[in-house]
Design a protein around this ligand. Sequence first.
Ligand SMILES: *Cc1c(COP(=O)(O)O)cnc(C)c1O
Length: 394
Amino acid sequence: MKSKFQPDKNGYFGQFGGAFIPELLYPNVKELEDNYIQIIESEEFQKEYKSLLKDYVGRPTPLYLAKRLSQKYGAHIYLKREDLNHTGAHKVNNTVGQILIAKKLGKTKIIAETGAGQHGVATATVCALMGLDCTVFMGEKDIERQAPNVARMKMLGAKVVAATSGSKTLKDATNEAIRYWIQNPETFYLIGSVVGPHPHPDMVARLQAIISEEMKWQLKEKTGKENPDTIIACVGGGSNAAGAFYHYFDDEEVELIAVEAAGLGVSSGESAATSQLGEVGIIHGSKTILMQDDYGQIVEPYSISAGLDYPGVGPLHAYLYESKRAKFMNATDQEALTAAYELTKIEGIIPALETAHALAVLPKMDLTKDQVVVINLSGRGDKDLEIYIKHLEA
Ligand SMILES: *Cc1c(COP(=O)(O)O)cnc(C)c1O
């Protein structure tokens, strides 16, 4: 039986999704749409993908029972350690998969967008691995803010192109990537989250689904049951949450919690809590919930964490919100910083700032002592050290 959390044949999750693209891109998107499921489900792809995930990325990632964190909050809290992947986050699960799909389709030139640079690095990494040409679009402001990741991409052989329009951040980099794609439709757009025109959101969700596929057998091994009571993940575009939730969508007894960045506070005017502030609209090729003004112009999002600083969510998440299958919570900059310090001090793990938002909802929950909670630890905090140190001194 097909899950209602998989898109229909036109790429819709409920009322959300679709492919709102200019005609020039149609053949390219159609080619991908006609082939992606068949490629992903083929034995040849699965063999290559699983072998790279194992020996190159370092999967399966551990499912770790965080004893001191559990003691503090009075529940059984497990951390799914995506921070231990090669390149430091879940993003590489997707880039490894998409680069194999691009190769099967005979593509030789790859483009990508990036905000903080994590997806840019994960894309440049797999392009180096496969010897493919790589161009990454990045906002001019992010290029300045994220110098180490820019250096990594360049060392990996990628060309980094500055997006100089608008706020010069992620949404502008995405616009620039789409503009380039229209002019060069033979390139493969290796998108970094469950966003963009169909089939990109579904393709990325399928490639991140390895996270919950592993969680099932790891929980079975550790607790005797495949299902936890609760899964918590942070949401920027929504790819790590999609991966952590994927194999549990139809197990309605598993509570799914998506955590958005509240920035300085949901009503402060400086926030990225899309589900709370957004309305239905179209962004980057799909119909979803996004932050916009009365004229349909995009409202600039804000979060301390560059990976959550996006004015929309993917269409799957808009549907999870509308259908109430997932509960949407949020955490402010300050709550995330506090949670990051807490995990570091009591478990010896420095999480990414994005991930810290997921950890930050623990004090807001009514946990019970037998409750099994899995938090998707989407990435490591090395890239955020400068911000952490600044707040340590403050
Ligand atoms: C990019 C990123 C995110 C946000 O992206 P999603 O597509 O919502 O997962 C979250 N955590 C980390 C560590 C990231 O690098």
